[in-house]
Write a protein that binds this ligand. Structure first.
Ligand code: ADP
Ligand code: MG
Length: 728
């Protein structure tokens, strides 16, 4: 074994699970480091508390003087917990979270110092943010953006630092982060849903979108991970032959969690509890060393923050367990990749889940209204939904192995298909009293309250209804959930607005009764959104053909998928709903395209570097051994060496062929890259990286992986798949 590989494996084998002591019950420590309502009651004046609560519930502004009271209380609380610093915590468009810490500490002259944290520091900050992607919104020489407090997501303490969730906007007011458009989309869906709810219940004043994400990830011993330059720099392996055993025995899924991984999870969960992240479920996933973690669902903005925070905490905790967490959507070829299902629903201030069938025909009609409108929204905007989950890393997963295809379709299960089929036959215009009674009692009235057995009946759908929520499954494991959530809530909001207009029109112009009007509009929606519904195997080739016939998009690569983001219809949609103006929309499009280019560029360099500096020299070394051997045979046996050394001679030639193939492909890839780098047009550049550079990866990999099988294991420099995947 190469020295590095040897030491890595040795280190990994010696590790023991850390001992995790949990002295208190989890319910006792839940939210201990969060400035939640309980701590606010303790540390805030009544006025300050009410002002925060009102801001959370109604989005009202907080007065500057009150902000001073709040910051004082927050500081006292944070210091009592040992915090020394504070930071605005935000999610710029890099995909990671950002922080800039300041100490509470301040000097006041005469060698004296105090702890200070005023309302101004709580409410607004100006990080030097010139290096965050902004897609041309800010001139970099200005580089002025500011962060502003989002009181709807509570402050928390992490690593002795008070973290204040904030939005990040430019001085001209454009959003530079993920959170701002999300908050606006949530507002839009709230308004639109409340308006529609009024048909059914006048008491509904607020509708919240809920999100429950399921985070999949791989845990790899850190020594093994570091020994691979590709994992270190790209989070995935660009080479590596499949091991003799992969996931075919299905022996990892839901199996016993390995001891070291278990210790890690417990430690992680403990920290999540302190931070108020309500994690609940943990289990092994399908691939070896792959796991999943899921919380109890929460209000979408909070859930998004919690997922971003979690991804950060996961990496930090992993360090002390000598693990590297691979969040990448496809770290290993040949075994399952990782996703992040986004479970989504809408719930009212009256405690009703609008996507859950109820007990009465009336509540079921409300359920059907939201259910059908969601399907219709996805039908209309399927391409935008696809774009919301597009990234260089998720491209590996969509359509590969276990993952949802790049086609968006909605699965609803047999029972609801039946209901929709019946509703589709409803008479046009006013309904006869008999038909209405029949419909209410026998169709709508009979939707079983618990449809949960629907869950997981179809794992191949990208957007599945699972009893009381929709599960958006095509989201990638590295994604910031804000992206899919912003799009989903925006399109549903728009759809509900259109619905309301149509229903009101039938009531006002045609004198229809409310129920008749609702049935009429729903019937049309059911008809016009049929194409997006698919109950079969989403991974089959037949579906791809069928989807094409139906006119559904099948954008397999990110540059292709992103195009819809700059379409006029998209820009207008976000603009109309106040989610993003055209500058913000275009900026995001550009940032994502650039991000794609950078990812492929980095991977391409790694592929070239590892092929040339690791694999080819090793192959030559082994080839030299073979040559020496053949020469020896010749010395001893003379002409007979050709028969005796037949296998060696064959190998020598094969190795030369692979080396030659690798060398010419790497040279060509590098030349291609150079040409494309000179391209100034963003789209042409992305297209070049996607369709001209990327295809070399598979070609080079093919030859490198073949060499891995041929070359003496003692010499092979790269930690192998079996070591990465089966060291526990
Ligand atoms: P699985 O999809 O693996 O079968 P579950 O059905 O338990 O898992 O749920 C997965 C996630 O969905 C969890 O985060 C859970 O909290 C969330 N979830 C459950 N009900 C809802 C809901 N009404 N709205 C949003 N998320 C929900
Ligand atoms: Mg799920």
């Amino acid at each position: 074994m190469s020295t590095l590989r040897f030491h890595a494996v040795k280190a990994a084998l010696r590790r023991k699970p850390l001992k995790i002591k949990e002295k208190k019950r989890r319910s006792e420590i839940f939210g201990e480091n969060v400035f939640n309502e309980t701590s606010m009651r303790q540390y805030l004046t009544k006025t300050a508390l009410n002002s925060v609560l009102e801001a959370i519930e109604k989005g009202t502004k907080i007065d500057r003087i009150v902000a001073d009271h709040i910051s004082t209380g927050m500081k006292e609380w944070a210091i009592s917990k040992g915090a020394t610093h504070y930071t605005h915590w935000f999610q710029p468009l890099t995909g990671a979270t950002a922080e800039k810490h300041d100490a509470f500490f301040e000097t006041i002259g005469d060698g004296l110092a105090i702890e200070k944290f005023g309302g101004d520091q709580l409410v607004q900050q100006e990080p030097d943010a010139s290096s965050f992607p902004n897609g041309g919104i800010r001139n970099t020489f200005e580089a002025r953006g500011y962060t502003a407090w989002d009181p709807t997501s509570p402050a928390f303490i992490y690593d002795k630092t008070l973290c204040i969730p904030t939005v990040f906007v430019s001085y001209t007011g454009e959003a530079l982060d993920f959170k701002t458009p999300l908050l606006r989309a949530l507002q839009a869906v709230d308004n639109a849903s409340v308006a529609v709810c009024k048909y059914f219940d006048k008491n509904v004043k607020k509708v919240n979108a809920s999100l429950g994400w399921e985070q999949e990830y791989f845990l790899i011993d850190s020594a093994l991970a570091i020994s691979r330059p590709d994992i270190l720099l790209t989070g995935r392996t660009v080479f590596g032959h499949s091991p003799a055993k992969g996931q075919q025995l299905d022996d990892h899924y839901f199996g016993t969690i390995p001891a070291r991984a278990m210790a890690y999870m417990r430690d992680l969960e403990h920290n999540c509890m302190l931070l108020g992240i309500p994690v609940k479920t943990r289990h092994n996933e399908v691939a070896p060393n792959q796991f999943e973690l899921a919380p109890i669902f929460e209000e979408a903005n909070l859930a998004v923050d919690h997922n971003s925070l979690l991804m950060d905490v996961m990496q930090k905790i992993a360090k002390r367990h000598n693990f590297t967490v691979l969040m990448h959507e496809k770290p290993f070829a040949g075994v399952n990749g990782s996703g992040k299902h986004n479970n989504w629903s809408l719930s009212t201030n009256t405690g009703v889940n609008l996507l859950s069938p109820g007990k009465t025909p009336m509540s079921n009609l409300q359920f059907l209204t939201f259910f059908v409108n969601t399907i219709r929204a996805v039908q209309t905007h399927e391409e935008l939904i696809r774009a919301a989950i597009a990234s260089a890393s998720n491209d590996h997963r969509l359509g590969a192995n276990e993952a949802p295809p790049a086609i968006i379709s909605v699965f609803i299960g047999d029972q609801l298909t039946k209901v929709l089929n019946e509703l589709e036959t409803v008479t046009k215009g006013k309904l006869s009293p008999k038909e209405k009674t029949d419909l209410k009692l026998n169709v709508v009235g009979k939707i079983p309250e618990i449809l949960l057995d629907n869950t997981d009946r179809n794992r191949t759908s990208s957007f599945a209804f699972t009893g009381n929520k929709f599960e958006f499954r095509a989201v990638g494991s590295t994604a910031n959930c804000a992206k899919p959530m912003t799009v989903l809530n925006t399109i549903v909001a728009k759809q509900l607005m259109d619905f309301k207009v149509e229903v009101d029109k039938l009531i006002d112009d045609k004198g229809m009764k409310k129920d008749d009007a609702i049935f009429n509009v729903l019937r049309e929606y059911i008809k016009t959104s049929k194409d997006i519904r698919f109950e079969g195997n989403g991974y089959s080739d037949d579906w791809e053909k069928e989807a094409e016939k139906r006119g559904l998009s099948n954008n397999k690569t990110t540059p292709e998928a992103l195009k819809i983001k700059k379409a006029k219809s998209t820009i207008d949609l976000f603009d109309e709903l106040g989610v993003m103006n055209s500058v913000e929309s275009m900026a995001r499009y550009e940032i994502e395209m650039e991000d794609y280019i950078h990812h492929i560029q980095i991977e391409s360099r790694i592929v070239g570097d590892m092929a040339r500096n690791h694999i080819v020299p090793t192959a030559i070394k082994y080839q030299n051994t073979l040559i020496k051997n053949v020469k020896g045979l010749k010395d001893i046996y003379g002409a007979q060496f050709k028969t005796l050394g037949k296998a060696q001679l064959g190998l020598i030639e094969k190795i030369s062929e692979h080396i030659e193939a690798i060398n010419s492909a790497v040279t060509e890839m590098t030349e291609t890259r150079k040409l494309i780098n000179n391209e100034s047009d963003l789209e042409k550049k992305a297209d070049g990286y996607c369709n001209k550079v990327r295809p070399f990866f598979d070609e080079i990999r093919y030859h490198c992986d073949k060499l891995e099988l041929m070359v003496d294991d003692e010499l092979w420099p790269l930690t192998k798949y079996r070591e990465l995947l089966f060291t526990k």
